[in-house]
Design a protein around this ligand. Structure first.
Ligand code: SAM
Length: 221
């Protein structure tokens, strides 16, 4: 079974490259205790999110899909002083756990957790007319990814980075006969991404502790 080898290598790489991190381990413990599903990004993927925030120089980050705030803490800790994360979560129970985790990690003043379906909270955010986001991480309900891409474009500026997780799903993305909304939504999103002249995009397949999947990276031109 290759997936056990992927998990073993992930674990080895994480132990070798990432510092001991009690704050993030506590987030995962709290999520488990609260009965949240273990569908956070992996530690190594979280490390990538942190690096992308630093490389992009983003001062404002938007996240869709908070869960318990594990990825949110990775994003928040990479911000420069005065930076901000706005993270959108549909499930009030998830948001409550996330707020607690984020406060305990020391980012209560940096992160704004907003509860509601993202398609309802995004227009509110846009109407507030804040500065554009330098990085958007999309990790919510996958069938809506085509619409989230449009919102990401409205809320960013040239030079912003848009990252979308879970675009491969054990290879199911190539099934053009699928009626699964996750697959059809992902395929519609990928087509839109490839055709949009406002974006320069690529994708990376990943294997590891979370199985076989992948993400897209897109730079706003
Ligand atoms: N980004 C998190 C992490 O890595 O720690 C994991 C997010 S989890 C894969 C997806 C989250 O999106 C869930 O908490 C789910 O409740 C939330 N979600 C689902 N539909 C949503 C919607 N319409 N708007 C906002 N959040 C939604």
């Amino acid at each position: 079974d290759p997936s056990s080898a992927w998990a073993e290598v992930d674990d080895y790489l994480a132990r070798t490259l990432l510092p001991e991190d009690e704050t993030l381990e506590l987030v995962l413990d709290e999520n488990q205790a609260a009965g949240l599903p273990p569908i956070d990004v992996s530690p190594l993927q979280g490390g990538l999110l942190s690096l992308l925030v630093r490389l992009s120089g983003a001062r404002r980050v938007l996240e869709l899909g908070t869960l318990g705030g594990y990825s949110t803490v990775h994003l928040a800790r990479a911000l420069p002083p005065g930076g901000r994360v706005v993270t959108l979560e549909h499930d009030p129970r998830h948001a409550e756990v996330a707020r607690r985790n984020i406060a305990r990690a020391g980012f209560g003043d940096v992160v704004d957790v907003r509860v509601g379906a993202a398609l309802d909270t995004l227009p509110v955010l846009a109407a507030e007319g804040g500065d554009p986001f330098g990085l958007v991480f999309v990790d919510a309900d996958k069938p809506n990814n085509p619409r989230y891409l449009e919102w990401a474009l409205r809320l960013t500026r040239p030079g912003s980075l848009v990252v979308v997780d879970n675009v491969v799903r054990e290879g199911r993305v190539v099934d053009d006969t699928s009626s699964d909304p996750v697959v059809t939504g992902t395929r519609a999103f990928l087509t839109a991404l490839g055709e949009d002249p406002r974006l320069e995009a690529t994708a990376l397949q990943t294997v590891g502790a979370k199985g076989w999947d992948g993400f897209t990276l897109a730079l706003v031109r």
